[in-house]
Design a protein around this ligand. Structure first.
Ligand SMILES: [Zn+2]
Length: 144
């Protein structure tokens, strides 16, 4: 099921003036740490819409890790280290830490408490949430 895309209102980063770079420091090199090199940051309206969106997704797509089964698609860490949707391969009780799940996915896995709240890929729900947020908030638009 295709899911509409939502975009949050951004503006040129005020710290680096939209270049993504700033004066050198040992921790970040020349990358601007405000926008993390992305050149743009959310406007106030964009931030408000983003928060409302995150809250809605957590509420309607959030489950505890112990409810997750192999084949579920969850918002977690991809193989390249970025956050994204990954497919769960296995989720088992860890032999040494029974409060923790040994999670494997097609991205990165890990030893994670069963009580952790994760986002489950629910396309029809995400579509509704995105359309609602874009309708109710000036800082968000549906892009396709
Ligand atoms: Zn910047």
């Amino acid at each position: 099921m295709p899911v509409v895309k939502i975009a949050f209102e951004t503006e040129n980063c005020s710290r680096c003036d939209g270049t993504g770079r700033y004066s050198y420091n040992p921790m970040h090199g020349r990358m601007c740490f405000k926008c993390k090199g992305a050149k743009r940051t959310l406007t106030q309206r964009g931030q408000a819409a983003r928060k409302a969106y995150d809250d809605a997704v957590d509420m309607y797509c959030g489950v505890l890790l112990w409810e997750v089964v192999p084949g579920d698609v969850i918002w977690h860490t991809k193989a390249n280290g970025r956050k994204g949707w990954v497919t769960v391969r296995s989720v088992r009780k860890d032999a040494h830490e029974p409060e923790h799940a040994a999670l494997t996915t097609d991205g990165q896995g890990g030893l994670i408490p069963f009580e952790t709240r994760v986002r489950l890929w629910r396309p029809e729900v995400l579509n509704e949430i995105r359309k609602d947020i874009a309708r109710l908030h000036e800082g968000a638009t549906i892009t396709e």
